[in-house]
Ligand binder design. Structure first.
Ligand code: FAD
Length: 308
């Protein structure tokens, strides 16, 4: 059995693995796809001390750093079930879609999250070519350009306010008849001269010239009329979904949105089970934050081992 078994091979999982292995304890890492969301990223300019890198390059660097240590890396393993230890300090069990099972004294859940997509034509084709999901990451790439934000909840309105300070113009597109964000955010949004809000609008297509986004099409839900907006970027802000479907029905406490609730040491409601990164309630989903949270959960797990 492992001392610490990490589920997930994104920045949070990689960081947790390195911190655990450096304690000389028996460390395993099982991931559906090593690299996580970073593998899908183009330019990364906010991983502090690295001015610029690219997703695949950062994934290779994470992998090499993990390989410097004795970590049992099991890639292409999707966890499907978690069974908690019978007694505190006992062994937790993880089952995988391959049929394998693994046991460990402590577990670190770092299965990340995924952006909810619009599922309209052009979205996949122009991903990273005008279609973006993270304003903190990609906002500066659209300096002086026209962008749309899809979604009028808190994250969409926050993104629109954030982007309005960088880009030339923001069009906020909301499906419902009115925005759903907090009133203070809506007031702030309305005070900005370079933001247009279009409500009751259903995005139907991402338009492009074969290389990059040139606009978007939407249906006016009152009149059913199809309309177009010319622009260079589209930020999709319709939700970040934590990868915790497989934990439903387990005793691990989650929010109604499925984020794992952790304490200040990264521990979940189940003793000896920790979580880190985008899969948790910790706000602001970023690589640098996931790396820090992975280190914290790993130290929390080590502390748990020496006390039990
Ligand atoms: P993830 O990176 O999501 O990794 C999750 C890991 O868990 C993966 O290995 C996955 O395969 C695995 N997994 C999931 N379910 C299971 C399961 N059931 N069993 C086993 N393994 C499982 N952040 C920045 O700071 N800067 C940027 O420039 C930036 N750009 C981004 C661009 C894009 C397109 C996207 C999508 C995200 C971007 N982000 C950026 C956000 C950043 O990638 C995430 O915050 C970060 O990757 C979160 O790390 P994580 O380890 O928590 O989760």
């Amino acid at each position: 059995a492992f001392d610490t078994l990490i589920i997930g091979g994104g920045p949070a999982g990689a960081s947790a693995a390195i911190y655990s292995a450096r304690k000389g304890i028996n460390t395993g890492l099982a991931a559906e796809a090593f690299g996580g969301q970073v593998a899908d990223t183009m330019g990364i300019e906010n991983f502090i001390s690295v001015s610029h890198t690219e997703g695949p390059k950062l994934v290779r660097a994470l992998e090499e750093h993990v390989k410097d240590y004795e970590v049992d890396v099991m890639n292409l393993q999707r966890a499907v079930k978690f069974t908690p230890a019978d007694v505190q300090g006992g062994l937790h069990q993880l089952s995988f879609d391959s049929g394998a099972t693994l046991k460990s004294k402590t577990v670190i859940l770092a299965t990340g999250a995924r952006w909810r997509e619009m599922n309209v034509p052009g979205e996949q084709e122009y991903r990273n070519k005008g279609v973006a999901y993270c304003p903190h990451c990609d906002g500066p790439l659209y300096k002086g350009k026209r962008v749309a934000v899809i979604g009028g909840g808190n994250s969409g309105v926050e993104a629109a306010i954030d982007l309005a300070g960088i880009v030339a113009h923001v069009t906020l597109i909301e499906f419902m008849g009115e925005l759903r964000a907090d009133a203070v955010l809506q007031t702030k949004l309305k005070s900005l001269p370079n933001v247009t809000v279009i409500a009751s609008a259903q995005t139907t297509e991402v338009n492009g010239d074969g290389n990059r986004v040139t606009g978007l099409s939407y249906k006016d839900r009152h009149t059913d009329e199809l309309k177009q907006v010319d622009l260079e970027g589209i930020f999709v802000q319709i939700g970040l979904v934590p990868n915790t479907e497989w934990l439903k029905g387990s005793p691990i406490e989650m929010t109604p949105r499925g984020e794992i609730i952790i304490d200040s040491h990264g521990m979940t409601s189940v003793p000896g089970v920790f979580a880190a990164g985008d899969v948790t309630t910790v706000p602001y989903k970023q690589i640098v934050i996931a790396v820090g949270e992975g280190a914290k959960a790993s130290l929390g797990a080590f502390d748990f081992i020496i006390r039990n």
